[in-house]
Design a protein around this ligand. Structure first.
Ligand code: FES
Length: 570
């Protein structure tokens, strides 16, 4: 390696400045030789007891450190904002961009030559990757791994069962007490959600983009091989610094197209769309909503995993992991795309085997021909909306029905079980003002529960449309991320009860039977909603967040500021 390490701009200095940069570090018992030109590797840790999916990360960081030291690097662990999906109100998505700013500035401001991103729970992965991309020093991702499959009364359970249990309680088929017993049965080990929800989708995303070592996505958190992968990643990041292998060398357009194809093959979460668009924006790759439809079109569903299928991410690992899925669709992938181990996607996948065809099907006989993310457009989503057909009911993929409109989530909660609500299974449920600006933060409420009186008939799915998101563990015929959102004041904001709405997935249409003139008239008559957030982060968010079809990043965070810091601190 010939290039001067950026950390030497701190630790390599002479005189007063060098003294200050080194001396206080030495209060941790660090020998002088550590500062003499070793690659300094930051371990960006989202450990937090308030992010239970990442609560084992201090232990995982020790394995990473072991690898860094073994390879001749100097490990330094640092915390960043951690987003626990289940606890944070009003939604972790509100803070994804804030956490990415924390990551970006923490990396740039410190004497770090390379960085290992420790992430697991949903938003921790995109926020860390977005932030690191905007600095663009050598970066490798180590995911925390999924929980072991939940076990309840002899049955496998996971996060997707929450929606089933909840509907069972509402329809009187399960008691509240029984549902409480299932809590510990589902979350019985360290790790993130055990199904192909957003966290595992994100872990697959980084692996398919080439940002992690192969097999990173599926090794269970509780499996000792997760620590082995962490140690190997620690070794590899030191080599990457020596090779000057940076995110922009890996995150080419081909890498993004690969990630979209792999996401289709695994039945990944709709949240993938938002996060991948935001990451592409950071590295300057022009990705649009249409790419998700185009590049997943010829990819069948290979992985038989909940919520689109039957099994759990633990099973995916035992069956061969993500490399075995990628091998099945290898002819469709860009085989020459580079990954962090210095090898191409083609090389990484060529010699892997599948050990269970119930979990990983073949491309010739896929688990389901329907896969991926479908992008629909029409007069109530001019910039597009998304739907995950593999999680939807086939009979509803072409459906027309009268709108039953909820102006916001409180309106929905207040009226959904009103016996007098004029709604049946043919209606189309519309939920407004749960978008990026409108909520604010775009919560996962798009797969709103059905009305009790419909559930009582044994109906389990209806067409639901919103400008919000859905949990990656959710399912149903749910149209999400309507853009422009209701708060933007376009047509979606003035959809009314009784409007006839048509969803035609094959034709990629979501349209209200309302004329342009009528929409214009309604918009003119509509009162402008005045935002009540005038200070703090939320006001910054509302003023700068982009619409869902652009990834909901802040307008001023697009691109990179690089890693150079030209001025000293003292
Ligand atoms: Fe953390 Fe599902 S709640 S991954």
């Amino acid at each position: 390696m010939n290039k001067k390490l950026r950390s030497q701009n701190w630790f390599g200095k002479k005189g007063k400045d060098g003294f200050i940069y080194r001396a206080w570090m030495k209060n941790q018992g660090i020998p002088n030789y550590e500062f003499k030109g070793k690659p300094v590797i930051g371990i960006c840790n989202t450990w937090s007891e308030l992010t239970p999916c990442n609560a084992h990360f201090r232990e995982l960081a020790e394995s990473v450190k072991r690898g860094i030291s073994e390879a001749g690097g100097f490990p330094v662990e640092f915390p960043v904002m951690s987003l626990g999906e289940t606890l944070i109100k009003p939604t972790a998505m509100l803070y994804r961009n804030l956490a990415s700013m924390d990551v970006e500035e923490s990396i740039r401001a410190n004497p770090i030559d390379g960085v290992v991103l420790l992430c697991g729970c949903d938003k921790t992965t995109p926020s860390l990757v977005m932030g690191a991309c905007s600095v663009n020093i050598p970066t490798i991702v180590v995911s925390g791994g999924p929980m072991l499959t939940g076990k309840y009364k002899g049955k496998n359970i996971g996060t997707s069962d929450i929606w089933r249990f909840s509907e069972a309680v509402r329809s009187g088929h399960m008691s509240e007490e029984e549902m409480e017993v299932t809590e510990a049965c589902m979350a019985r080990s360290r790790g993130h959600c055990a199904v192909m929800g957003t966290a595992s989708t994100m872990a697959c995303m980084v692996e398919s983009l080439g940002l992690s070592l192969p097999e990173n996505a599926a090794i269970p958190a509780a499996d000792s091989r997760r620590k082995v992968l962490a140690q190997l990643s620690g070794i590899r990041i030191v080599e990457m610094v020596n090779e000057d292998l940076k995110p922009t060398d890996i995150l080419t357009r081909k890498a993004f197209e690969n990630a979209i194809k792999v996401n289709a093959a695994i039945g990944g979460s709709t949240n993938f769309v938002l996060h991948l668009l935001a990451i592409a924006g950071r590295v300057g790759v022009a990705l649009s909503l249409k790419d998700f439809d185009v590049h997943s079109d010829d990819i069948p569903l290979i992985a038989n995993l909940q919520p689109s299928g039957e099994h759990f991410v633990e099973d995916l690992y035992y069956a061969g992991g993500l490399p075995a899925v990628m091998k099945e669709i290898l002819p469709s992938l860009h085989k020459d795309a580079l990954t962090v181990n210095g090898k191409t996607v083609g090389k990484n996948c060529s010699s892997v085997a599948c050990y269970d065809r119930n979990v990983i099907a073949t491309a010739e006989q896929p688990f389901n021909d329907i896969s991926g993310i479908v992008v629909v457009k029409g007069n109530i989503c001019e910039e597009g909306a998304v739907l995950k057909p593999s999680a939807a009911s086939p009979h509803l993929l072409k459906h027309s029905g009268k709108a039953v409109v909820f102006e916001d989530i409180e309106d929905y909660k207040n009226r959904i079980d009103d016996p007098n609500l004029d709604i049946d299974e043919n209606s189309v449920m519309v939920l407004k003002n749960v978008g990026p600006k409108g909520y604010p933060g775009m919560p996962e409420v798009g797969n709103m529960g059905l009305p009790k009186k419909v559930l009582a008939k044994g109906i389990t799915d209806m067409v639901r449309i919103s400008d919000g998101r859905m949990s990656g563990t959710g399912f149903g015929t749910v149209v999400l991320h309507v853009s422009p959102e209701a708060a933007a004041g376009e047509n979606f904001s003035v959809v009314k009860d009784g409007d006839m709405i048509t969803l035609d997935v094959e034709k990629r249409i979501l349209q209200a039977d309302v004329s342009d003139e009528e929409f214009a008239k309604r918009k003119k008559e509509k009162q402008q909603v005045v935002t009540s957030y005038t200070r703090g982060y939320v006001s910054l968010y509302i003023n700068h967040v982009e619409q869902a079809h652009l990834g909901a990043d802040f307008d001023f965070l697009k691109g990179s500021s690089g890693s150079e810091v030209t001025r000293d601190s003292h």
